[in-house]
Design a protein around this ligand. Sequence first.
Ligand code: ZN
Length: 322
Amino acid sequence: MVLDIHAHILPHAFLDLAHKGELPGVTLTPRLQGGEALAFHGLPHPFTPVFFDMDMQLAEMDAHGIDIQAISVAPRLFCYDVPADRATQLCRCWNDEILQRCKAYPSRFLPVCGLPMQDPAAAVEELLRLHRENVKMLQIGTTVNGLCLDEERFYPVYEAASACGMALLLHPLIGNADPQTKRYHLSNVAGNPYQTMAAAGNLIGCGILDRLPSLQFLLVHGGGALPYQIYRMDHAYAVRPRHTFRCQRQPSSYLRTNFWFDALVFDRAPLSLLRSVVGDDRICFGTDAPYDMTDYGQLERCESEALRRKIAYENGSILMGL
Ligand SMILES: [Zn+2]
């Protein structure tokens, strides 16, 4: 059995609203060779039919031996930069479509839903609605419209997630503001891992994980730069003034208690590093499909059948409460 813990869709409701011009910053323009090009505030986004065509996605899963896929919207659909009321409405609309798809194919899809994080009260309300729908994981950005995840305004969301036993998938959302990442796809290659590391660092440093020891986060792209650099944070914890941290333990210790990781790291060497830092019980198969930065080779890198089983299904099934 293979469970893919990290995959995305574009809801049909998004396409309808984009075609009607009702999503500011979203453009769909006809291409010369046929079809349309999608962009968010001028940044191109892949727009192949597999993003919204469920049958194509199922065929893609079958072709790669994936039995179940946990699906969330493409991160550009977070809506953190639109007014809170509208964002709440849109989030709910995307979530309903994800739930609908999961209900249509309960043995193939699991829901990973979004929250209007810029309005924490509305986010908690949506979280509780999703909890009643038996959703086990939510997807939030590594920042929320420029705000870091250690801001106390977000604590009610963490408290509700912890109380309901829902995990939070942290997804980076890259921009094009950093001049160093403008070329060579570095906004994705370097920007994403940095965003994930910084977000997890903020959550560890602020002490929320001491207050809510059962709160669980899934870090995509193998945890970004975090597993490689977490001991640098341990060193800072040891040598820099203690009052600048609000956590009670060495930062690296939280990786084995509050974080999960996909194995999307493209090679055996980083998988081996990830295993040695976080252990074999917190690594799950996750493809980021249908983006082209996917990695379908994760299970072939497992050196034993026991490890393969853990990464392919066992760990992810615990995280998703199956
Ligand atoms: Zn992703």
